[in-house]
Design a protein around this ligand. Structure first.
Ligand SMILES: [Cu+2]
Length: 165
């Protein structure tokens, strides 16, 4: 028979499991990131040329997001812009509802709102993420960043096996 403590642990684990999307298994490593979009003054050169860019985490390009294939990416996104936006994970074979296409796979994320993107990354490669509301405008304002999914084979391990020589 389960003790009360065991039962509570068991319940918590079950709840955690059932809150994950169907496509995600409990043994996958979760990579947590937080992205905040905001208007950010940016100095382009020493002559003082500057403009207000729209950036993720006040960086241009946005922060590098890294994972290994078969990990789960969990990106908590906060929209501090004055306009609605979404994030598209370019090149990722994604779960449809996490694909970031406004009006098609999700509602646009309004100013002041947040959205949790959570999806498995199944294929290694070098990708990028970018805004997907008025894409032509929001990308040119600065809303993009690199996304790197590494192969499961660790580089050092591969070296030992002479795969990279
Ligand atoms: Cu794209």
């Amino acid at each position: 028979m389960l003790s009360r403590r065991e039962f509570l642990n068991f319940s918590a684990a079950t709840i955690a499991l059932t809150s994950l999307p169907n496509e995600i298994q409990s043994n996958q490593l979760i990579r947590n990131y937080k992205l905040t979009a905001s208007i950010t003054p940016h100095l382009f050169d020493k002559k003082g040329v500057s403009d207000n860019l729209w950036l993720y985490n006040k960086q241009t390009p946005g922060p590098i997001i890294e994972a290994k294939e078969n990990d789960v990416l969990r990106v908590e996104f906060v929209n501090n812009l004055h306009v609605a936006t979404t994030i598209h994970w370019h090149g990722i074979k994604n779960i449809n509802k996490m694909d970031g296409v406004p009006y098609l796979t999700q509602d646009p994320i309004q100013p002041g709102e947040s959205f949790l993107y959570e999806f498995p990354v199944k294929n290694a490669g070098t990708f990028w993420y970018h805004a997907h509301v008025e894409t032509w405008k929001q990308i040119s304002k600065g809303l993009y960043g690199p996304l790197v999914v590494k192969n499961q084979v660790d580089y050092n391990q591969a070296k030992n096996q002479n795969l990279y020589i």
